[in-house]
Design a protein around this ligand. Structure first.
Ligand code: NDP
Length: 240
């Protein structure tokens, strides 16, 4: 039987890219979303629509989703993964970085949900996986606004899970600690970057993006009656 459409935001790098490859191997048609379309196209995955979309732009995201649904049928899984992590002290961090965090990490997630939620509710079927972080559970130095965005993703997910469960729609949160991706490219403060990289090195770079992709497949491929509410994960040797 033909598999349903899976949407992955932030599929040009890191966790999203690994998820795109993993879901493609399992035969799912994909809508891959990122600003750098050329990186999506380089993946050369079959039955994959590559859309140059900034997740902060609802209209563009919604149009890409509607076009993909016209081709592959209704979206059954949305992975809200796109995110940035510029770290700094609040007194040093430019307001533009703070606003970008809110716009991409929170509004981007809301935009994705808004585009698919009514369809899933009407069909009484669907799954939304929101990629949060351990920074959505605990606070960390230099992470104030980033933590704020991930706490928001946790809180929003917690409540919409209740709203959507009665319609057989699942909402899962993945909350990893350090994963070896390109996320640190958004850290502009050289001292903070160096200290983060040292921590990462001590733990052999943490989880691999493929580890997260495997968790996503696990969460999604369980029978629809089973909802994994949250997976909080880290490399075993990451102690805090
Ligand atoms: P990467 O930097 O490797 O990937 C981030 C992805 O997000 C890229 O594909 C990027 O694509 C996309 N993205 C960023 N901004 C936008 C935007 N405005 N519109 C569309 N796409 C966007 O980092 P990760 O893979 O690590 O990050 C994925 C998620 O995992 C994030 O939500 C992050 O907060 C979370 N996370 C990561 C951890 C880690 O240690 N790496 C730990 C915990 C959580 P492009 O630039 O082409 O638009």
């Amino acid at each position: 039987m033909k598999k349903p459409l899976v949407i992955i935001t932030g599929a040009s790098s890191g966790i999203g890219k690994a998820a795109a490859i993993a879901f493609s191997k399992e035969g799912y048609p994909l809508l891959l979303i990122a600003r750098r379309k050329e990186l999506l196209e380089q993946l050369q995955l079959p039955e994959a629509i590559c859309a140059q979309v900034d997740v902060t732009d609802f209209e563009s995201l919604n149009n890409a989703i509607k076009a993909a649904e016209a081709q592959y049928g209704p979206a059954d899984l949305l992975i809200n993964n796109a995110g940035i992590m510029p770290l700094d002290k609040i007194y040093d961090q430019p307001l533009t970085d703070q606003y970008n965090l809110i716009d991409i990490n929170i509004k981007g997630v809301l935009n994705g949900i808004h585009a698919v939620v009514n369809g899933m509710k009407e069909r009484c079927h669907g799954t939304i996986i929101n990629v949060s972080s351990v920074a959505g559970r605990y606070t960390f130095a230099n992470h104030s606004v980033y933590c704020g965005t991930k706490y928001a993703v946790h809180a929003i997910s917690e409540e919409i899970r209740k709203e959507l469960g009665q319609f057989n729609v699942r909402v899962s949160v993945l909350a990893p600690a350090i994963v070896d991706t390109n996320l640190l490219t958004s850290v502009k403060n050289a001292n903070i970057l160096a200290s983060y990289q040292a921590t990462k090195k001590e733990i052999d770079n943490g989880l691999k993006p493929e580890d997260l992709a495997a968790m996503m497949l696990y969460v999604y491929q369980l029978p629809q009656r089973i909802a994994i509410k949250e997976l909080v994960t880290s490399a075993t040797n990451q102690l805090c």
